[in-house]
Design a protein around this ligand. Structure first.
Ligand code: ADP
Length: 486
């Protein structure tokens, strides 16, 4: 197959279980399509609960030895995997754009970003220190040790088909856990390409397994009900996350949830407007607006409102829409037709409710999954678009007059993932940072994601932190040893 040769053997269409590439028992498959033109890219094995149970059994078997390896040994394998991912940036980026649609340069960025988690946790593997605690009794001594939690099941979304996986599996493997992952059915190829690299790096069989399927519910049911799975790590919608949390209750699994957001982006009257425009473009239109930390609501102070809207509009007009494989493209297609219908509905409703359409706002008939960059002005907190995670290239702008009012409006949502604001007043930097009910705050920047900082949300945006020195904790248990008779 020429495509396979093209991607150096990284284009795979079977699941990866216990070190082997497997089809489904009944040979069933599902189509993976290119969001640019809906052409079929591959037919991938669609597995069910039986194969999932088997993968969990294998991961459990592998855990017995993997959890006993030295941190040094796990670190060495992870470093090898990191190097392989870096050696194949171009192959992996091409596969990613093919199945996901984002501009190739963003895909290259994602592969490097994804690799950085593998490198980081290869290093952190060696630093899972315990404590020695001053004792409560003269004849006793107290210490804590950290141990891997066990088999980890992971469910990941289509918007970052590589990085959302490495961000989970790198700390899990570094900690000594084994993993079974189910990628989104829209983007399984990036997960399988990663499995091919895991195989090449020489990880023991059963340590890393990928279940591909288009029956997410069935796989999710097995993941959550199987008592061998000790931890579920999920990135996706709040709706599915809540359901999975409920399902995990019966076996009291530890969970990490990285769910939806409704990020505010606040431009104060003393902000550097040009910087704010750059930040808004970066945080709004990256991945065509399909990230959970994308700006969802832009609040602009009355005094700088018109200036900001004018400059922002000029910048948005320059964004070129097109195929991710065209190096000039800034905004690729949305993931599918339903996504286009959803954002189109939000725009239509907002206009009906009194918002002013500045630019965009029209579906493009001969470009299936595209929706043009759109600016809506005069949006207010009662509108549907204010309350929903847009997940598309629509920028709603809201006018405000004072600090307390804008903090209240920004917090007026069940979500609490990312937030952004621009000001040159250092006292305001502290006040507003402390006042925003969000897990992450970008001050005078629209780009906050990095391996070295803890990524995660509060409220209905989830729990747990990914990346940073805290990222390992989600995959470790603390055991307390009380040693008496001394
Ligand atoms: P999105 O809107 O980004 O597709 P989802 O939450 O639907 O968000 O999808 C995120 C991940 O959750 C995907 O891997 C998807 O297949 C999976 N998923 C969707 N529904 C379920 C379910 N009922 N049980 C388990 N996983 C699910």
């Amino acid at each position: 197959n020429t495509k396979e040769i093209q991607f150096n053997g990284l284009l795979r269409d079977k699941s990866f279980i216990n070190g082997a590439w497997v089809s489904s028992e009944n040979e069933s498959t599902f189509e993976v399509t290119n969001p640019f033109d809906n052409s079929v890219v591959a037919n991938v094995a669609s597995l069910g609960s039986l194969e999932t149970k088997n993968a969990i059994d294998c991961a459990n078997e592998a855990f017995k030895t993997w959890s006993k390896t030295t941190a040094e040994e796990r670190s060495r394998l992870l470093k090898k995997l990191y190097q392989l991912q870096m050696d194949h940036v171009e192959d992996l980026a091409q596969i990613l754009t093919l199945e996901q649609g984002k501009p190739l340069n963003e895909s290259r960025g994602e592969i490097k970003y994804g690799a950085s988690f593998i490198e980081w946790f290869a290093e952190e593997a060696k630093r899972t220190y315990g404590d020695t605690i001053p004792s409560h009794g003269v004849d006793k001594r107290i210490i804590t040790i950290k141990q891997p939690i066990g088999v980890v099941a992971a469910i990941t979304p289509w918007n970052f088909p590589n990085a959302m996986i490495t961000r989970k599996i790198a700390p899990a493997l570094a900690a000594g856990c084994t993993v079974v992952i189910k990628p989104a059915h829209q983007t399984p190829l990036s997960a399988l390409a990663l499995a091919a690299l895991v195989e090449k790096a020489g990880f023991p069989k059963g340590v890393f397994n990928v279940i591909t399927s288009d029956t997410a519910k069935e796989i999710g049911n097995e993941f959550t009900s199987n008592s061998l799975v000790r931890k579920l790590s999920f990135t996706g919608s709040t709706k599915v996350g809540k359901m999975l949390m409920r399902q995990c209750a019966d076996t009291v699994k530890k969970v990490s949830m990285e769910l939806g957001g409704n990020a505010p982006f606040i431009v104060f009257e003393d902000a550097d407007i040009d910087n704010a425009v750059d930040g808004a473009i970066a945080s709004k239109f990256r991945n065509a607006g399909q990230t959970c930390v994308c700006t969802n609501r832009i609040f602009v102070h009355d005094k700088v409102y018109n200036t900001f809207v004018d400059k922002f509009t000029v910048a948005v007009r320059k964004l070129k829409m097109g195929s991710g494989f065209d190096e000039e493209t800034a905004v690729g297609p949305l993931i599918n037709k339903e996504a286009v219908e959803f954002v189109d509905g939000l725009v239509k409703n907002a206009v009906n409710e009194g918002a002013e359409l500045i630019i965009g706002g029209q579906k493009i008939d001969d470009m299936g999954n595209f929706y043009p960059p759109t600016i809506l002005s005069n949006v207010n907190s009662s509108m549907e678009i204010f309350k929903n995670e847009i997940f598309g290239s629509i920028a709603p702008i809201i006018r405000f007059k004072d600090e307390a009012e804008v903090i209240r409006m920004a917090n007026d949502t069940p979500f609490g993932l990312a937030s952004y604001f621009y000001t040159n007043d250092y006292a305001k930097v502290w006040r507003v940072s402390e006042g925003l009910e969000y897990g992450m705050v970008g001050v005078n920047t629209g780009m906050i994601s990095t391996t070295v900082a803890p990524f995660g949300g509060i409220k209905e945006s989830g729990n747990g932190r990914e990346g940073s020195k805290y990222g390992m904790d989600d995959y470790l248990e603390i055991k307390y040893l009380c040693i008496g008779g001394i």
